[in-house]
Design a protein around this ligand. Structure first.
Ligand code: 16G
Ligand code: MG
Length: 555
């Protein structure tokens, strides 16, 4: 019925909606036979293959908007992938990743051959009973990749082909776009849906929070930032004035010379376990790296002996959850706090959180959508992937209790202070998704309030040595998912290898963003972790039909 209504309405303008879609679709044709899978966070591949995908995700976003009667977001980015790749992420009304139920529709539209596109659209419309007369609105953002310009135009074409209103924000970090969508759909209660609105909200909260930290020296206010030659660097520069010198930074890899994510950025630093190129760091100086769309962050420093120390998402989760737990105790609030991690979480972090901090820990599958949903089940859910993607979610009830306490005239100073800190902390956090800039400011504030140096933070627990490997040669890329996880005997082989090492753990999974299999190993020493990672990758190579030469030992 909804389909018929769509046809009737558009007839007045001469062209039916579907004729319009067909017409525009001809400008963004799908290469016949090309099949792309919806990955961990949307479609991601070489930018040359993505024009039709972008157009069609514009269509899908318009449908999702009609379906939810709310603004939907489309972000053109491939995050930490190399510059020649690109990708697309869809954002649901409250600023979260698009619901998994719609991933199926995304795949359906993406892979429909040219002549089957209208039928695929009709299927979505019918299955969701979408009223095609409903108004629709889509926010669009893009990262700094050269291909993002024309690809975001393709998204806009898709949006307007279905008569939806498209608002193109141009260059944004991924978390900024998530923020805008949430602001819009909460009628400004979450903040103002503009870039300045974002900077103002976060900067004000940071300035309020750091008022609670006494005697901050200039050194403590200063951080070295690796912008991964991406959008995060541009955003941070724009934010500078709003921070009123309460936070100062030296920005490296700001995109003026280097290539996006090349030998720099959070993913490089985490996986390679070494500092990015292009950052001039002195011993003991606090440094951090964003990834290509600024939704991840890791910290690090070199000690006086020149040794590199990484503070990843696990260390960040520990710092933040410890801080929040202390504030809850001071405020006398019995709210349940939990930390959500993935299999990549260092074994030491999990043990520390559970045994020493007595915080509940949940482990879920890789990918923000899984962590985000699990975190929503608690009063306060702190979620971080080891790779540095994460944030904190406060339930509505928790936020209300904190607000009531902060304005209660009958409480003592200690409680009032803790409640105010919690309130400002909530305002500083981007609860829609992990946000490198928001996380960075929160970490800086927590270190200042607790009077911790980066060395003291690092010493909270000691990481087990670990190694991640991803090798394009290791496995046939077209069928990576099943062949990595299901060859008979692979898990048994891994189990047997793990037994050979002390305190060890290892797993393999097909990447959802690249054509590789990822291998993770940890053990009591770096040599053991490296050896185990190598042995497991050889097992994958042998049992999962690896291509190219056999993986070589690390180092
Ligand atoms: C994406 C995910 C990230 C995950 C990573 C894993 C989102 C927004 N991002 O970047 O959470 O850690 O993929 O990559 O969901 P992999 O599947 O290639 O290992
Ligand atoms: Mg990213």
């Amino acid at each position: 019925m909804s389909v018929i209504r769509a046809k009737l309405r558009s007839r007045e303008t001469g062209m039916t909606q579907f004729e319009k879609v067909s017409h525009f679709s001809g400008l963004h044709p799908k290469p016949a036979g090309l099949v792309l899978q919806y990955g961990t966070a949307g479609f991601r591949t070489n930018a040359k293959q993505l024009d039709h995908i972008m157009f069609r995700m514009g269509l899908l976003a318009a449908l999702r908007s009609k379906n939810t009667k709310a603004t939907i977001g489309v972000m053109v980015t491939a995050s930490h992938n190399p510059e020649e790749d690109n990708g697309v992420k869809l954002v649901d009304p409250m600023g979260e990743m698009v619901t998994q139920a719609w991933e199926e529709y995304a795949t359906l539209l993406a892979n429909a051959e040219q002549e089957g596109l209208i039928m695929a659209l009709q299927e979505v419309i019918e299955r969701e009973a979408i009223n095609m007369g409903q108004e629709a609105s889509v926010f669009i953002g893009k990262d700094t990749r050269p291909s993002s310009e024309s690809l975001s135009q393709a998204v806009l074409d898709g949006v307007s082909a279905l008569g939806a209103h498209g608002h193109d924000y141009g260059l944004l970090t991924t978390p900024q776009l998530h923020f805008m969508v949430c602001c819009k759909n909460t009628e400004g209660r979450y903040g103002n849906a503009s870039e300045d609105g974002y900077y103002k909200k976060l900067a004000q909260a940071f300035i309020q929070l750091t008022k609670h930290a006494r005697n901050r020296t200039d050194d403590q206010k200063h951080l070295l930032v690796d912008g991964a030659n991406g959008i995060g660097a541009l955003a941070l520069r724009k934010m500078e004035a709003f921070l009123q010198k309460e936070f100062q930074f030296s920005l490296f890899n700001d995109g003026s010379q280097g290539k996006l994510n090349f030998l720099c950025g959070a993913d490089y630093v985490k996986v390679q376990q070494r500092p990015p190129q292009g950052v001039e760091m002195n011993a003991g100086e606090r440094c951090c790296s964003f990834d290509g769309d600024a939704d991840r962050i890791v910290y690090y420093f070199n000690d006086s002996a020149g040794r590199f120390h990484l503070l990843d998402g696990d260390k960040i989760a520990t710092l933040i959850s410890t801080y929040l737990k202390e504030l809850l105790t001071q405020a006398g609030l019995d709210l349940q706090i939990a930390v959500v991690q993935t299999a990549y979480a260092n074994g030491s972090s999990t043990r520390y959180l559970e045994d020493t901090m007595k915080v509940a820990v949940r482990c879920v599958k890789t990918g923000v959508k899984h962590l985000h949903h699990a975190a929503q089940e608690f009063d306060i859910g702190v979620y971080f992937e080891a790779n540095g993607h994460g944030t904190v979610l406060f339930s509505k009830a928790a936020e209300e209790r904190i607000q009531r306490l902060a304005t209660d005239p009958n409480i003592n100073d200690e409680k009032k202070n803790a409640a105010c800190l919690l309130e400002n902390t909530i305002n500083l956090i981007n609860q829609t998704v992990g946000d490198a800039i928001s996380d960075m400011l929160l970490i800086e504030a927590v270190l200042a309030i607790r009077g911790l140096t980066v060395q003291q933070w690092n010493a909270i627990y000691t990481d087990l040595p670990n190694r991640q490997v991803a090798d394009r040669r290791v496995i046939d890329t077209t069928d990576a998912e099943r062949r990595a996880t299901s060859p008979l005997g692979l898990q048994e082989a891994i189990d047997a290898l793990v037994k050979k090492y002390q305190m060890s753990r290892a797993f393999v999974r097909p990447s959802g963003t690249e054509d590789v299999v990822r291998v993770y190993a940890e053990a009591d020493s770096q040599e053991s972790a490296d050896a185990l990672a190598h042995e497991v990758s050889v097992a994958v190579y042998k049992l999962a039909g690896g291509v190219g030469p056999e993986p070589e030992p690390l180092h």
